[in-house]
Design a binder for this molecule. Structure first.
Ligand SMILES: CC(=O)SCCNC(=O)CCNC(=O)[C@H](O)C(C)(C)COP(=O)(O)OP(=O)(O)OC[C@H]1O[C@@H](n2cnc3c(N)ncnc32)[C@H](O)[C@@H]1OP(=O)(O)O
Ligand SMILES: O=C(O)CCC(=O)C(=O)O
Length: 377
């Protein structure tokens, strides 16, 4: 794996998640944040949606960010004109490439589809714009037809081709094979775009990169159509920690970014969500906490600070004496073996009743109760 560009599409595919609607301020704040932490490219939205979206995109375009900005367009000249009116100079032009999509959108007329692609690329190139082409539904396309479209796109002036697993039907093995063949067939770079319908978006994105894709689409928190897209934080950290590729993104700010997008989208992150979920560096189980207290790498793949978290030791149903003693020591409390076991028994009961772990105050209260009952005995 060589250098990898992150082309984040939170502001386009992320916002396409049903029920999500960013306002101008939110779009600007997210774009600024992505830029600040070093994201290389940002797909800022779809100018063809109309005036208010164009205003938001123009506001981002006016910021003079370091990240390269792309507008998403259908293979329609007026879409590209709308993107130009926002001040964008880099165009992404999408074209369906599978039989299913061409039947639905172009009545099966693939020649018309190709002509529309040619006209829109030519228009953009004539305007001096940088052009990337997206093969919508590449994963379900006839491979020969996909290669023909990609070759034509290259010949007509596109500078990159996006392989889209639009409905998330590939696994990492099939992604690798298909992307590898496409990369070998083209001179221009290939980008990988994956969806999470089977929970494989990040794995497939990594497989596409391993197969030679030099840029990858991500969204913050994996936000996106249906089950979402490959999550920025997962792709970046997996590249860094599993593949040893540092893409140059300031990872300690990933949590802050996740919270910004969760608030703007109204889509909260589940506690178990990789990298940014609140349980990712929380340890309750006795065996885990015992290990972590001696050496955090026993149960952590990397240090929490690397993505903006702090480690949390939580007392609850599954906790053991090492964890409890560690927490109590911070308050100068040392219990003997019998007292420790009796508090742990009470912790288990209360956790089951409350259906959660206990706060430190609740644990201290149990210690107090245990001592009172012992004194009475
Ligand atoms: C896989 C993806 O994520 S693709 C991106 C999907 N994102 C979105 O749809 C969000 C933004 N979309 C919108 O705001 C609207 O759909 C608009 C403004 C783009 C178009 O709106 P409308 O004119 O009302 O059309 P509508 O959305 O009902 O239908 C889509 C039209 O685009 C056509 N179309 C779809 N994809 C493409 C394409 N890549 N190139 C050219 N035409 C296309 C369809 O065939 C249909 O055309 P028709 O109006 O001639 O029948
Ligand atoms: O860029 C394209 O062509 C389509 C991208 C997309 O969102 C998808 O295929 O899921």
């Amino acid at each position: 794996m060589n250098k990898v560009l992150i082309n984040d599409t939170t502001l386009r595919d992320g916002e396409q998640a049903a029920g999500v609607a960013f306002n101008l301020q939110e779009k600007v704040a997210i774009a600024k944040f992505l830029d600040t932490i070093g994201v290389h490219e940002i797909e800022v939205g779809i100018p063809a949606m109309g005036e208010s979206e164009m205003r938001a995109i123009a506001a981002i375009s006016d910021l003079g960010l370091s990240a390269k900005l792309l507008g998403w367009n259908r293979a329609v000249v007026s879409d590209i004109q709308a993107s130009m009116a926002c001040g964008l100079t880099r165009m992404h032009i999408s074209i369906p490439v599978s039989g299913i999509q061409i039947a639905a959108k172009f009545h099966g007329q693939w020649r018309v589809t190709l002509q529309q692609l040619k006209d829109s690329i030519s228009f953009a190139v004539d305007q001096g714009l940088w052009v990337a082409v997206g093969g919508e539904d590449s994963s379900r396309a006839d491979e020969n037809f996909l290669f023909d479209v990609a070759h034509y796109a290259q010949e007509w002036g596109a500078s990159r081709f996006r392989f889209c697993d639009t409905v998330g039907v590939l696994d990492p093995f099939s992604t690798y094979t298909k992307v590898n063949r496409l990369v070998a067939a083209l001179i221009i770079p290939v980008e990988i775009h994956t969806h999470n319908d089977f929970g494989l978006a990040t794995a497939n994105a990594l497989a596409g990169i391993k197969a030679g894709a030099s840029s990858v689409n991500t969204t913050v928190n994996g936000l996106g159509e249906r089950a979402g897209n490959a999550a920025l934080e997962e792709v970046v950290m997996a590249l860094k920690r599993i593949h040893g590729i540092d893409v140059g993104i300031e990872t300690p700010r990933l949590l802050e970014l996740s919270r910004l997008v969760a608030a703007a989208s109204g889509c909260s992150v589940p506690p178990w969500k990789a990298i940014v979920g609140e349980n990712t560096f929380a340890h309750e189980s006795g065996i885990h906490a015992h290990g972590v207290l001696q050496n955090p790498t026993t149960y952590e793949p990397f240090a929490p600070e690397e993505v903006g978290w702090e480690r949390r030791l939580v007392v609850g149903k599954h906790s053991g004496r090492h964890l409890l003693s560690n927490v109590l020591q911070q308050y100068g409390i040392i219990l003997n073996t019998e007292e420790t076991q009796s508090v742990l028994d009470a912790v288990r009961q209360q956790s089951i009743q409350k259906k959660r772990s206990l706060t430190t105050q609740e644990v201290l209260h149990l210690v107090y109760e245990q001592r009172v009952s012992h004194a009475i005995r």
